[in-house]
Design a protein around this ligand. Structure first.
Ligand code: ZN
Length: 673
């Protein structure tokens, strides 16, 4: 029977793909590509876009679409068999990646193409070639043989250790639970969280309630549980995941962190950068380490006074010295008191399905597109659904899966990923397909999952990424959609989209009270809006703390001294944070964004791109947020271009000027000083 992973004629065969297909499929494709590349380089003669770049792009495109379901399934299923298949095949892929980008013959051919590219070559062709040339350099193509080999080994080790980092966090979360037999201890918890804890207990055959460490439970306890000790227990479990203070020493990420930092630093040095932070900036909008540190510091100093006021007000309101496990709880109480608003009351208006259809309606209005659910598409779980995106004229533009609810084994958080990238080379077109994954509270007995407004914002955010992926018009996969976009600009479309979750008109289409079916009433929205800035400066400082920590950790790494993982965190907190954390806090040990994801020396990107997003939304506010001309311009200048164009140039083309931080500060209720 043919290997279903290799069937690229359709969407991934999720009904057929099994872990045992992974290794043979990946080995086979890589071997074929290796042979094809050799042949290409021998016979290409005069290398050009058609004879070299297009075929290489097509091969990479094919490989990533075969790999995508593997990486996706190990994230959303997390079964041991999928994990094993993923971990076994990952080194092959990493090795192949480095081999390609260290291939001198290929680099010389690309350099020739670049030099001889005619003046009328398309911007995207030029970008694809330029970025490839840059990547050759960043992968050590110019190094001596021994150093080259070392760089390759480092990339392999990094990929494996980063995967193990993430698995430790997941295992530590999945293994933890807290058994409660006295209902009084759960006072304040919303019904949904109570029901799930009771079901969880019943599943495990124990009396009472079992709290787990998935994000919805953690968030519900920290926001609503009156029992301060219970909040502290959950907080402690959460901030010690994957650490020496966790329950199981096997999941301690300490050594992983130290090795990851050392390897990144060494790799950066090998290819001529002082630190990994400098290396990271080689592909970003930001120019220098100093610029990033200054940027974050400036935002912090603008926000500090407002944050101090917020905290003082909250302290006075709570009338206790606030510990980290108190802040969310008292902020919620404060909002209820000050604005007579509660997350739980709001949540009754936001069934997940209604939110998603309202979101589609918004995108349809802005971008003249239509979303329709497509049945009968093979998937990995009954929660998964598939939607097709068309233009109003009926042209199919792409499609995506959603998988919205938390379950055991599923990686926590919310994200989108590329299933298939857009490709349009020598006449044939492959349309983009993506995955949109969240961890919302699973539907109750009536099949309803209610979202908090924060979660509504999250789904808007991820959907913004999805539109970036789906609306691209670029044909070279390496610079289509999200690919080839500087990492500190990638969060522009997503954070831009978040703003719409604060529009009354948009929210009325996204809401239907679970009992009455009524949309969000105006007076409730007004309260929500009035409460928008409550705690915003504190939240800003929190993000700046994470951004500065990540950046300094990578920028200050010293080969001759032990890594200062916790010391740097303490220094950053002294400088930026207003909330004191206890000594057992091990934030780094579960900081997957930077130790397992793509945000290493790049977490600042959220704030960097948020400046662009807020400033871009400012243009919409000036024109009217549904203004068709404005939406068309945003689509053409930003969403469609992928990584084919210098992003600052593109931004100026959209906005008519460079961005400023004013809109972001205004959005957070911070008066610029
Ligand atoms: Zn994002």
């Amino acid at each position: 029977m043919p290997n279903p992973l290799l069937d690229t004629a359709t969407l991934p065969r999720f009904d057929k793909i099994e872990p045992e297909h992974v290794l043979p499929a990946i080995s086979q494709v890589i071997a074929e590509h290796r042979a094809r590349l050799e042949q290409l380089l021998e016979t290409a003669g005069e290398p050009g876009i058609d004879s070299l770049v297009a075929p290489v792009e097509k091969m990479e495109h094919e490989l990533s679409r075969i790999w995508s379901p593997v990486s996706h399934l190990q994230s959303v299923l997390g079964s041991p068999a999928w994990r094993k298949a993923y971990t076994e095949a990952l080194p092959l892929l990493t090795e192949h990646g480095t081999e390609m980008s260290q291939n001198e013959q290929l680099q010389r051919a690309y350099a020739k193409v670049g030099k001889e590219l005619s003046a009328d070559a398309s911007e995207e062709a030029r970008s694809a070639v330029d970025q490839a040339l840059r990547n050759f350099h960043l992968a050590g193509v110019d190094l001596e043989e021994a150093d080259k080999e070392r760089f390759k080994v480092i990339m392999q080790e990094l990929a494996a250790i980063q995967a193990s980092f993430e698995h430790n966090v997941q295992d530590a979360s999945d293994a933890w639970s807290l058994h409660i037999t006295d209902v009084a201890e759960l006072a304040g918890l919303p019904q949904g969280a109570m029901t799930r804890a009771a079901e969880h207990a019943a599943d495990k055959g124990v009396e009472g309630w079992l709290l787990s460490l998935d994000y919805p439970t953690y968030d519900a306890v920290l926001t609503h549980a009156d029992n301060r000790r219970l909040r502290e227990s959950l907080y402690k479990a959460w901030v010690t995941r994957g650490s020496d203070h966790g329950d199981n020493a096997d999941w301690d990420n300490n050594e992983n962190i130290e090795t990851i930092l050392a390897l990144r630093h060494e790799a950066a040095n090998l290819v001529g950068f002082k630190t990994y932070a400098d290396y990271s900036l080689a592909t970003k909008m930001a120019d220098s380490v100093e610029q990033v540190i200054t940027f974050l510091g400036e935002l912090a100093s603008h926000s500090r006074a407002t944050a101090e006021e917020e905290l003082a007000e909250l302290n006075a309101f709570a009338n206790i010295d606030l510990e980290p496990w108190d802040v969310t709880f008292w902020l919620e109480k404060f909002k209820q008191d000050r604005f007579s608003i509660s997350n739980e009351e709001l949540r009754q208006y936001f069934p997940a399905n209604t939110v998603v259809s309202g979101l589609f309606a918004l995108a349809e209005r802005l971008y003249n597109v239509v979303f329709t659910e497509t049945g009968g598409v093979a998937s990995w779980h009954p929660d998964a659904r598939y939607f097709t995106l068309k233009s109003v004229e009926g042209e199919i533009l792409g499609g995506f899966y959603t998988d919205l609810f938390a379950r055991t084994g599923k990686r926590s958080g919310a994200w989108i990923d590329e299933c298939i990238g857009r490709q349009q080379l020598d006449g044939d077109v492959t349309l983009p397909v993506g995955y949109l994954v969240c961890n919302f509270q699973p539907p109750d007995a009536d099949g309803v999952s209610l979202l908090t407004h924060d979660e509504v914002v999250t789904v808007f955010h991820e959907f913004g990424h999805m539109l970036h992926h789906l609306l691209t018009r670029i044909g070279f996969p390496s610079v289509a959609g999200i690919n080839g976009v500087p990492w500190d600009a990638v969060e522009l479309p997503s954070q831009f989209m978040e703003n719409f979750a604060w529009s009354y008109e948009v929210l009325t289409h996204c809401s239907a009270h679970r009992e009455s079916g009524d949309p969000l009433p105006r007076n409730l929205f007004d309260k929500l809006e009035a409460s928008r800035h409550a705690g915003a400066a504190l939240a800003m400082l929190r993000q700046l703390e994470l951004g500065l920590y990540d950046f300094r950790l990578h920028a200050e790494y010293d080969l001759d001294a032990p890594p200062r993982v916790l010391e740097t965190l303490a220094e950053v907190r002294d400088e930026v944070a207003l909330i004191r954390h206890p000594d057992y806090n091990r934030l780094p040990h579960a900081f997957s964004h930077i130790f397992a994801g793509g945000y290493a020396a790049g977490y600042y990107s959220y704030k960097w791109a948020e400046v662009l997003a807020a400033d871009a939304f400012g243009a919409f506010e000036e024109a009217g947020i549904f203004d068709p001309a404005m939406a068309a311009r945003f689509r053409e200048e930003i969403l469609e271009i992928g990584g084919s164009r210098d992003i600052m140039e593109a931004y100026i083309a959209f906005r008519g000027r460079k961005p400023t931080i004013d809109a972001l500060l205004r959005q957070n209720g911070i008066t610029s000083s």
